[in-house]
Design a protein around this ligand. Structure first.
Ligand code: GDG
Length: 483
């Protein structure tokens, strides 16, 4: 069996069975343990000076290969082009997009440098799976170094519509770089469609009319290459989350929360503190609920857990200030001596605690403005008690809304729509809650994170390895095909 090489910006800190390990990390790590292989990426260290050295750690059949970044590379590759240009643009926030040509050069330089670090560690039949927007030029850099292995790419965030992507100055270079992979995976069909639309209408490429079977990847011809692409919606392990949630129910954090709630109902959200997650609109919709339905006052609390992320970037400092302002204002308006409407917590919790809190919450309130998938929505449903499940209120712009049709689907900029959905969720009869839950949990079991991973790996294994640079140019000479 070929070894699997996972490449991601950060290498997930895995302590087996440990509380921090999320679904994605566990799913990918499981695959690595089965096939043997390596997980390669940035260690998270930023070096003030000196040359970063790769560090190899063996854990059974898996090697963790990590390397630090020097300050300038961190600023240009990570804070700059990845998170100040690509992240906002791919989440349809062209208004927040910042572009600096030097950052883009740094982004390409770091990708090339990381690829060079990986090349000596590769074997001829390794299968390489690259993750996410930080590493779009990675296959191109490997190909330039002569690597002919199968290389796949999975984009965890949305792929934007062409008119939005065009706002990113090097859009063409990015899509050309994506075409150096053999297989592209997107979270949803709309993301796949957006990519195909760019290829056809902006890059002069073509898509084979129809795959052999509906679930087969589409075949794309662009920039002198042929590649495949499909939607692979990422999942979770629902039964494990349910177990965690059940086990945590008797723990102290949940007992404390229940004591604070008394007979009140709980609405709950968990998100990295990111402007794509729609937190301000969400707070205002909760306020609208309290405004419009006085009977809800002192009868419902809203718990928002929002651990900090990218806190050294201006846009993230802004959203933090804005939220602190909104929660303070709303609490000031409605709080009573024995009730604080919004409990806003700006830090991380252990995974079992989150799962148990999800089970306690009557409403899972997940309303991103844009989200590739949104695992919190899937985790919330997984954690529910089948006998007495809560209701998921979900943004139509989360990838998860394509699958979780048993949720109350809302438009996250429509404050009234969200307030109405919260009111409907809080009063929904048991039979309807159970029916919606059954529908969603069946979907989550059918498409769990192993299915996501296995489908992607199956399609990547089926790809013919790429011709080497020499073979490709000989072929071009013979056929006269030039790009
Ligand atoms: C990207 C895409 C896509 C959150 N707070 C705590 C905590 N979390 C965990 C959640 C969940 C994960 O972090 C967040 O995943 P999301 O999917 O919700 O969002 P992103 O971080 O933006 O992830 C997204 C995902 O990649 C996977 O492809 O779904 O669309 O943007 O698992 O539970 N975990 C712990 N403490 C916290 O306080 N332990």
């Amino acid at each position: 069996m070929s070894r699997l090489i996972i490449v991601s910006n950060r290498v997930a800190p895995i302590s087996e069975g440990g509380p921090a390990a999320g679904g994605l990390a566990v799913g990918v790590y499981d695959a690595l343990k089965e096939t043997g292989g390596m997980w390669f990426g940035w260690s998270g260290d930023v070096l003030a000076s000196g040359q970063p050295q790769i560090k190899l750690e063996e854990r059974g059949p898996v090697t963790f290969a990590t390397i630090g970044l020097v300050r300038r590379d961190y600023d240009q590759y990570y804070r700059g082009f990845s998170n100040a240009t690509l992240w906002p643009a791919f989440h349809y926030r062209a208004d927040l997009l910042q572009y600096d040509r030097h950052d883009f050069e740094g982004y390409c330089r770091v990708n090339a440098w990381l690829a060079q670090q990986l090349v000596p560690l590769l074997r001829a039949d390794d299968v390489i799976w690259v993750h996410d927007y930080h590493l779009i030029p990675f296959a191109q850099a490997l190909r330039a170094a002569g690597v002919t292995n199968r290389i796949g790419f999975f984009l965890h965030i949305p792929f934007p519509a062409s008119q939005v992507l065009l706002a990113v100055p090097p859009h063409r270079a990015l899509v050309e770089a994506l075409c150096s992979f053999d297989l592209l995976g997107f979270q949803t069909t709309p993301d796949l469609r957006a990519f195909c639309d760019y290829v056809v209408h902006e890059a002069g490429g073509s898509i084979d009319a129809r795959p052999a079977a509906a679930a087969e990847p589409v075949l794309i011809h662009a920039f002198g290459r042929t590649l495949r692409a499909a939607a692979y919606p990422i999942g979770v392990y629902p039964d494990e989350i349910a177990e965690l949630a059940k086990a945590g129910e008797r723990g102290k954090p949940v007992r404390t929360m229940k004591a604070t709630l008394h007979t009140r109902k709980l609405i709950m959200s968990v998100d990295r503190l990111d402007y794509s997650k729609g937190l301000v609109e969400r707070f205002r919709a909760f306020e609208r609920l309290l405004d419009q339905a006085p009977a809800q006052r002192n009868n419902v609390s809203f718990l928002q857990i929002a651990p900090p992320t990218r806190a050294d970037m201006h846009a993230y400092q802004e959203i933090r200030l804005q939220l602190e302002g909104e929660s303070g204002r709303i609490n000031g308006r409605f709080a009573e001596l024995d009730w604080t409407p919004i409990l806003y917590i700006h830090r991380q919790y252990e995974r079992p605690v989150l799962a148990a809190l999800f089970r306690t919450a009557h409403v899972g309130y997940v309303t991103p403005l844009r989200d590739g998938m949104n695992l919190v929505a899937k985790e919330y449903v997984s954690a529910q008690d089948p006998e007495d499940p809560g209701v998921l209120v979900l943004s139509r712009f989360a990838g998860a809304a394509q699958e979780l049709t048993g949720a109350l689907i809302v438009n996250p900029v429509d404050i009234d729509d969200m307030a109405d959905a919260l009111a409907a969720a809080l009063s929904m009869p048991l039979a309807e809650r159970q029916a919606r839950y059954r529908d969603m949990i069946a979907q989550l079991r059918e498409n769990n994170v192993s299915v996501w991973r296995d489908n992607f790996m199956r399609d990547l294994q089926r790809v013919e390895p790429s011709p080497s640079v020499d073979e490709a140019s000989q072929r071009e000479e013979r056929t006269g095909v030039a790009n």
